[in-house]
Each structure stands twice: as structure tokens, then as C-alpha cells.
Design a protein around this ligand. Sequence first.
Ligand code: AMP
Ligand code: MG
Length: 336
Amino acid sequence: MGRLKAMPSDIGLVTGASAKSISAAANFLRAGKLVAFPTETVYGLGGDATNSEAVAHIFEAKGRPAFNPLICHVSDIEAAREIAAFSLLAEKLAAAFWPGPLTLVLPRAAPSPVSQLVSAGMDTIAVRVPANETAQALLRAVGRPVAAPSANASGSISPTRAAHVVASLGDKIDVVLDGGTCDIGLESTILLCVGDKVSLLRSGGLETGKIEKILGSKILSASPDDAENKPLAPGRLKSHYAPRTKVRTDISRVEQGESLLAFGSDLPEGSENARAMLNLSDTGNLVEAAANLFDFLHQLDETGASTIACAKVPETGLGVSINDRLRRAAAPRDND
Ligand code: AMP
Ligand code: MG
């Protein structure tokens, strides 16, 4: 108990929830490493939500083909209020169901310490206060919001025991905090809660009937049609975050009046004409590039350029997700 055990795959499996093992795992998180930890829903693959590179590593480890926004885990409502804006209705839901298997998607606090990559560039953030004792102790010890999707490789089923995590991601993460079997074993219920409107983004461990009792009314499932331009759960996202400025991808030349989103040391022709330039990674590192992506798009969107011209990014590893997002940003807009 409380020891870092070397695993065949080189990860450390921290067993039990002793103060020592929790504090070891918290130190890993604060150092930008990935820690899988138990919650009452499923095991989460956690990274420091305020550290963009740590968040980029989460996507890399899961092998997700796209940047879906992640849920931020915090120890209590006070910590949640530092990263999200709570309406009266959101306060009511949090008071009724936190800690517990309910995730609230709320407007991001402004300014926010949380990386843009966690929200996939959108102005909302998904927040949850888990009830699991190990998760609670870990979050209190970290003292920062922890971004965590389910701790399984993309496309495989969610892990409810530490052994599932090791089997699926053992060679990709630094530590698994073993807290036994997850009580609920189903993902959290996700509600979009903006102003006085509540809609269901994903059903999960908290029954909607219980939520409706508190609200005193039915909750609607957000449909892709009435939710245009609003954030929705994956597969239902009709419009993704896109800059207001037009976007061109895979460019080989920068035209007059354009701003450049560069990648690597080889700059495209005409770079000297760029109105502004930000380089996702001078050294061509895809993790660094993913960490910078949404922040740089937001910055280049403010330069008054006619177009954001995006240099080619290799179609490997996180480059696949970066290109996916850039191409979506370049696609014709519904409101064009
Ligand atoms: P997972 O982390 O695998 O449980 O999935 C997290 C879920 O939360 C995904 O379905 C996300 O799309 C959803 N989610 C997280 N942040 C947001 C957001 N800002 N808006 C809408 N959905 C979100
Ligand atoms: Mg999942």
C-alpha cells in the first residue's frame, strides 16, 4: 500500500488510497504527468487542466482522432466557481447532486486558468465534483482542476477497475491510482446549463427523473437542430468552434493581408508578408502544437487579418486531430 510499484510496462501502479499514495499521485499531476484515478462513474485519465501540454498528452494517450472537450474535475463547488459561471439554476443542480455523477456544461469563467484545449476552444466548460473518496482526496491534494476523460483507448469500453486501465493504456500513462471497482460503472450524466435553460447532452449515472424532480419540469434532450452553434456531446456537434476570420489550411504560400499559423522550422513562401505569425511548434513537436492550437487560433482571430493561413501539419499522431480541427474551422460556415 502506498508504494509506487514498477509495472512491466514501466508505469507506476499506486495501490490503495493512503495519504502517501495520494500525495505521490498529486505530485505527478502537478508535474504535468498523467494519472489515471478512480471515480464513482469510471476511471478517469487525469491531467492538470491548467497545463496545455499535459492536456495534449491526454488526447495523445487516448489516441482520439479529434479534440472532444474534456470534463474538469474539482473537489468542491468553490473550486468549480473559479472555472465556470454558475446561474441560479446551475447552483441549484450542484447543491442537489454534487458530489456525484452529474456533469454541468457551463460558460467558462473569464479569465480562466483552464487551458483552451480542455474546452476544445469553446466558451463553455464541463465541470464535475466526483464523490469517490480517492478522487476527492486526490483533487484536494492537487489543488487544481483535473481534466479527465475515461481512461481507455479511444473506441474501447470505459474502465471500471485499475486492471482495465493498465490493459488499455498501460504503456501510455505514468501512474494508475488503484481505488478498487467503481461503484456506478456508468459515465456521468451531462447537462448543458446556460442561463435558465437545461438540456441533456448525455444520459448516464444520474437518472433524469431525479433531476426533473429538482427542476420541477421535464428536461429536453438537446437536438442537433435547436443546438446549432451550441456545444454538444461528440457525434452531435453540428458546429464546432471556429474563428470569425476565414481559415485556409495546408497552404504553401501566404498572401498579402493574411495571418500565419506556422508549424515547424520550414516557413511557407511569403511568410514575410504575414500580418502576424504564431508558430504552433518551431521544432515540429505535435504535443506542443496541440497545446497551442486553440489559444493561437483565438489570438490570430484578433489580428484583423483577411484570413488565417495554416501551414501543413503532418497527418500522424496528434497531427490527425489538429488537422481535423483546422479543416472544420476552414469548412463553409452555416451563417456565411
Ligand atoms: P468523457 O470524458 O469520455 O466522459 O466524455 C466527456 C463528455 O463531455 C463528452 O461527451 C464531451 O463532448 C462532453 N463535454 C465536455 N465539455 C463539453 C462542452 N464544453 N460542451 C459540450 N459537451 C462537453
Ligand atoms: Mg469515454
